[in-house]
Design a protein around this ligand. Sequence first.
Ligand code: PDD
Length: 283
Amino acid sequence: ELAYLNGHYLPKNEAQISPMDRGFLFGDGIYEVIPCHNRKPIALQRHIDRLQRNLSAIGIKAGHDDSHWAGIIRTLAQESPTEHCGVYLHISRGTAAKRHHTYSDGLSPTQFAYSFQIPAPPSSANRPSMGLKLKSQEDLRWLHCDVKVTALLGNVLHYQYAVDEGFDEALLYRPSGKITEASASNVFCVKNGVIFTPALDNTLLPGITRGLVIDVLRDHSKITVLEQDLGLQDFLDADEVWLSSSTRELAPVTQIDERVIGNGEIGPMWARVIDLFQRHKYE
Ligand code: PDD
């Protein structure tokens, strides 16, 4: 299994970094996950744009242009043992001599990437056998969830709690009642033929899949998609609920807490949208 570390390709199990790396000590870094189908990255430029935005958001000056990152992602997808893979790309602030919260400008950021197998994309012909079950929870994460940072303990604990309770993922809401996202996906709901998703702000990640789904629908269908504030009740009363992420694409949800969504079956809007998405996602 091939990995990339600080300018070199090497077998993943030979990649080593210092325990003084600030990514290890403080979770001081950012990351991306880029889905690749048939060894081709999906929405590569959108992922690189977000990566560059996240680096500046936390003040890491990696000093590389887009083609540097694109080269690593394309190489790992090409060399992947599986046709369908995700490329994980992680940039931490670097290794310092002492553990201290504040950092100086002289650090050299640590760059690490590798690929891992993901399932073939779902389609109306290749349906998941069952919808997912979500456990609603108050969102206890920090207030910069719009930045894709490697400090994921909040997400980890929310996801683990959902799974320990017998569910597949979390559905998070702020104390205001506003639904944000799941612990590793964005969320959509459908009511009376209209598709809704939480509006972007600092409490959720601007998911690439979320953005692609919205753009494909606006460019290639007459279906209405609205980005607005939504509450748990909107999701419980919806006809359909979906998760979106680079590794899941669009995954249907058929239960939230003890409540069955719609008639408990994977819905017709999901089948329509997943077909449109598969046709246009490479644009
Ligand atoms: N997770 N929200 C959160 C908190 C996420 O971690 C992710 C992705 C998303 C969806 O974003 P995108 O469509 O760009 O993948 C939303 C990745 C896959 C992960 O952490 O593995």
